[in-house]
Design a protein around this ligand. Structure first.
Ligand SMILES: [Zn+2]
Length: 320
């Protein structure tokens, strides 16, 4: 059953081969077809049963987790008493929502992956970062695979938000045409530039090195979306930031920034700031942004998820 579960399109020939490999036994075509039909019914049946109980599940979650949002979307009822078809579920647990609002920095990571079960669907996730830069899940959605348009949706729902792209994802597209370690390093170095001057310099160097790759970068999304030099400082997110070495920078202890911008962007004193702080005989940890504080961390993890009881104890729902 576990071999068939991810591949519901399995052919009779393949299922005979599976039995042969796993049990060193030969079975007839007729037996294989009969077993395959039975197994598919069992797998689909259990998944279908779970989708059918989704209303009760949502009701139970709302009861055990205050402030949760559970939204289920079905295709419209075509006729009275007709069988509605499940489309999407959105799930945001109250404690995760509260933790994000109270104690996390204002930055949300969005991602999606394809589900390889009986039903080919997509799982979407929204996550934040905790004070220790660990992941804090906020919400998830299970949607049909054909659904697209994350860019359009975020522009509509969050019009005033700054929008960053994941450089790792960008690199996955980049390397299809531009292979090799020197180009990979250049892409990451450009993304890690923390001033506009450094960005322009790195781009000019790339043009001399490989004009074709330079043109690709020019046609890629604007650097405002993926290069540190253009990030504003209020999110205090230092993901993937690396500082340049060997240059001169000015530290302002009062304003808690440095002309290398690293302190401003990340909320963590850069090496130049640490040198200045130590010179004053002070503790650099005192200069950390409050978003990294132990108190905030402990506060965030007071938001716990309650275990929920088995399906026999879910509240009955009248679907009509
Ligand atoms: Zn600095």
């Amino acid at each position: 059953m576990e071999r068939i579960r991810p591949n519901s399109q399995i052919l009779v020939r393949e299922s005979r081969q599976t039995v042969n490999e796993e049990y060193q036994a030969q079975i007839s075509r007729w037996i294989a077809a009969k077993v395959r039909k039975l197994v598919l019914e069992m797998i689909k049946g259990s998944v279908e049963y779970q989708y059918k109980r989704i209303w009760e599940y949502c009701a139970k979650i709302k009861k055990t987790h205050d402030g949760s949002t559970m939204e289920v979307m079905f295709t419209p009822f075509r006729e009275l008493g007709g069988n509605p078809k499940f489309m999407r579920i959105y799930c945001c647990l109250g404690s995760m929502k509260k933790g994000f609002k109270d104690d996390c920095r204002p930055i949300i990571g969005l991602d999606g992956c394809h589900l390889k079960g009986t039903y080919k669907r997509q799982l979407l996730t929204a996550i934040a970062t905790d004070p220790n830069n660990g992941w804090w899940p906020i919400a998830l959605g299970d949607i049909e695979r054909e659904a697209t348009g994350l860019d359009r949706a975020s522009a509509e729902v969050l019009p005033n938000c700054e929008h960053r792209y994941c450089v790792q994802h960008m690199y996955q597209n980049f390397k299809k045409k531009h292979t090799g370690l020197p180009l990979k390093n250049r892409l990451w170095n450009i993304a890690n530039c923390i001033t506009e001057e450094l960005y322009n310099k790195a781009m000019a160097e790339l043009k001399d090195f490989d004009n074709w790759t330079y043109q690709w970068m020019k046609n890629a999304p604007a650097p405002q979306h993926w290069c540190k030099a253009f990030f504003p400082s209020h999110t205090k997110s230092d993901m993937l930031v690396k500082g340049p070495r060997g240059a001169q920078f000015a530290v302002d202890m009062e304003k808690r920034n440095c002309t290398c911008r690293l302190w401003e962007i990340s909320g963590i004193p850069c090496c130049h700031a640490i040198a200045a702080i130590l010179l004053k005989n002070e503790d650099p940890r005192e200069y950390l942004n409050v978003c990294y504080s132990r108190g905030l961390f402990l506060n965030l993890y007071r938001n716990v998820l309650q275990p929920i009881s088995g399906e026999d104890h879910w509240p009955p729902i009248n679907n009509a």
